[in-house]
Design a protein around this ligand. Sequence first.
Ligand code: GDP
Length: 137
Amino acid sequence: METTLAIIKPDAVARRVAGQILQRIEEAGFQIRAMRLVRLTRAEAEGFYAVHRARPFFGSLTTFMSEGPVVVLALQAPDAIGKWRALMGATDPAKAEPGTIRRDLGTSIERNATHGSDAPATAAFEVGYFFPGIELA
Ligand code: GDP
């Protein structure tokens, strides 16, 4: 069993497709271990994306991620990290496989509907960032 951190980003919450994304998560067989609706401050978004602070889109990304509420989830499944990234699709919705969340619900490389941890160490940091104390079984 593995646990990953998923975020339904502000674009998806604002467009009222959070429920549809939660349905896809449940139908794919993930167990929802924890879930919060939260509006990130700019500082919280910067802390979460600290690994990207040298990237040219860091300012735009952290402004976007703090523009409205997000749904943050800890998802558990065998190979949860890879399984959730496959369900999301590629970063750029235009390049994502048909049927993936980002292809169906993302509108740009930045406003791509969802986030997912990319490796076990990242998942541990990201789950702990929003759900301190949760056990990563
Ligand atoms: P991910 O792991 O698929 O989310 O992709 P990355 O870790 O590379 O990037 C983190 C997030 O930054 C992405 O999900 C997008 O929201 C945003 N992003 C990535 N690349 C770009 C880009 O070239 N331009 C802009 N504006 N945002 C980007």
